[in-house]
Design a protein around this ligand. Sequence first.
Ligand SMILES: NC(=O)c1ccc[n+]([C@@H]2O[C@H](COP(=O)([O-])OP(=O)(O)OC[C@H]3O[C@@H](n4cnc5c(N)ncnc54)[C@H](O)[C@@H]3O)[C@@H](O)[C@H]2O)c1
Length: 300
Amino acid sequence: MSALEAEVSRRVVVTGAAGKLGRAVVAHLRTVGVDVLAVDRDGGRDPRAVAGEFLQVDLTDYGQVLEAFTGGADEHAGGVGAVVHLAAVPAPGLLPNAVTFANNSAATYNVFAAARAAGIKRVVWASSETVLGLPFDTPPPYAPVDEEYPPRPESTYSLNKALEEEMARHFCRWDPELVMVGLRFSNVMDVEDYAGFPAFQADPRLRRWNLWGYIDARDGAQAVERALAHDRPGADVFIIANADTVMSRSSADLMADVYPDVEIRGELGEHETLLSIDKARRVLGYEPRHSWRDHVYPAG
Ligand SMILES: NC(=O)c1ccc[n+]([C@@H]2O[C@H](COP(=O)([O-])OP(=O)(O)OC[C@H]3O[C@@H](n4cnc5c(N)ncnc54)[C@H](O)[C@@H]3O)[C@@H](O)[C@H]2O)c1
């Protein structure tokens, strides 16, 4: 058994476990045999939300996070090998900016710091596609966008995600053994959401804000599993999207129509994602298995 397998075969804490992505991640990790302690500030009384072992934790309280990570909570003993941190106010504009910032920054600092204090060497966390410059009122520097240009946060939510990526780099500088993987998820979709996709088709400007990207929650969960297996010390970030766009028009056509002055790099497949997943494919071995096209006949 490798050092990694030994760590991940111990308990994995998943924060934000009652959320949209968290539910898919917890279900997937449990299916592949990972011992998951699901953590959220909500959902403790709803067995449909998070089946299995669950601990209600407010991540803005450092003491609660440390207790969860060190197996100190009654009935939840056991050494934690890795943390998957998904909890957050998940978008701009849901709550006043300062509330979003206070919650998300405190939660993430506490998770990173408590992992360090508990000697946990693997942290996977949810960054966001927003750091790429969403909603692209300023056009992207080129397309498909990738991880090769500095974050361009355009909202308080995104500013915090960018700061988290920077924070992870410093935690890794402090501990050369630490592996931290930031997953810049695209817009998370459950299968039920695909029924709404035909409504996107008439106006290409409706979904230009994230270059027509999306991530199936099941593929997001698969990416988390891949990220947990990453064993290169240091902090790294990966765009996690599906292989195609939400549109039935071709990707080249969409760009020519909506962003005619943006340079297209490389050959674009017909519906190829404009949020490049090449790095995730290459380094993590991530390969999306799902598409909305398997669920809804594309309009147009
Ligand atoms: N939904 C998207 O389209 C999207 C896109 C990119 C990135 N993300 C990121 O992915 C992650 C998961 O998003 P989601 O869509 O599942 O969101 P969600 O709102 O469905 O789930 C987030 C969960 O975090 C919990 N949470 C928030 N603050 C907490 C705190 N202080 N203590 C404990 N729990 C807390 C909430 O109770 C909720 O269950 C977030 O970090 C989000 O920023 C989401």
